[in-house]
Design a protein around this ligand. Sequence first.
Ligand SMILES: N[C@@H](CCC(=O)N[C@@H](CS)C(=O)NCC(=O)O)C(=O)O
Length: 390
Amino acid sequence: MNHILYGMPGSLYTGKVRSYLRKQRIPFEERVAGDPRFVNEIVQVVGRWIAPVLQTPQGQTLQDGAMIIDYLETLPQAGPRAAPHDPVLRVVAHIFEMFGGEGMLRPAMHFRWNFDEANMAFIQKDFLSALAPGKQGAEADMAFAFASGRMRKATLNFGVTPQTAPTIERTYQDFLELFDKHLQTTPYLLGSSPGYGDYGLIAPLFAHLARDPYPAQMMKRVAPRVSRWVERMNAPDADAGEYMDHAPEWIDLAQPCESLDALLRFVAEDYLPEVEAMVRFTNDWLAERPDLAAGTNGMPRPGDRHIGMMKFEWRGIAMEVMVMPYRILMLQRIQDSAALLNAQQGAALRALLTRTGLQQLLELRCHRRVERKNHLEVWGPPHNNERIST
Ligand SMILES: N[C@@H](CCC(=O)N[C@@H](CS)C(=O)NCC(=O)O)C(=O)O
């Protein structure tokens, strides 16, 4: 039996896992979330409706894109590992994994849900074929109204409003230009094969930003190399003929790479303020709940994914967004990989992050770790002897 991937073509996080499975040439079968086996069996096991879910040939059920890739990395594969050999590059890869999967939700959701004239006919058909296969008429209309209503609400809760939209559009275009420039010399983010960073970035850049009609056209116009990278990320081979033999196996951080620095500076401006605010909010939230049992998430409905709404200033604009413990888990991945570095590597990483404005990513910590249990994010035990400060 093959691995089975449950998700849908229009799903952001499914795209991350699909791309990985293809790149590793791991045989798999994809099933849509409207498949009765997902609705009747998988949702019961996972405890909530969420995609992607991977079922292994041994019958194990795994949820969450990052956890699924971590599991698949332990298998003998045909393709390149997601973790770069250089441990410093690995930290950089996890920074882009977090930024792609979390920091880029605003442009992804904005360009999907706020361009109805260009997008809606496609999105409706695309959603229905995956969520309600075979359904028509009023039943289909109701299914789409429910799904799109939820996603439009989520769009607002991620911080996409009429006040923030013009800046989201402008800065997404900046990102496209920077990434396009970077791809001039390398087919993947950090060299000749895809890594955690590419898998993070493909999440928003495939289903939403390369596939929905309005942003797809924009990507082709503004950043043809990014559009090619999206194709490449879905190909089982390296699909990088245009680089001939010029691309480095891995980017050498000992040499200046201005286009990578520029991307990291973009992450610092675009996302670091939100990470800072999230850690502060979460530490206050935890301080108010000193008795929260380890292994629980403290939510009235355990399947809920955000602990509250926080305000912070984003590029000079007041922004209000959900605070999601999952994002703390992604931050921990960066910090855990940084903790493995020796003194020389640590110094190289600090130099890179200091010159790009991201040094705080290594310092911002919550008073309790986020762990995963029964397919949910839960709080780990309180740290012992740790200075509590917010
Ligand atoms: N961090 C999770 C996020 C999964 C996620 O948010 N998936 C979306 C689809 S792309 C979903 O299931 N949304 C349903 C909902 O929130 O109701 C992962 O990587 O698996």
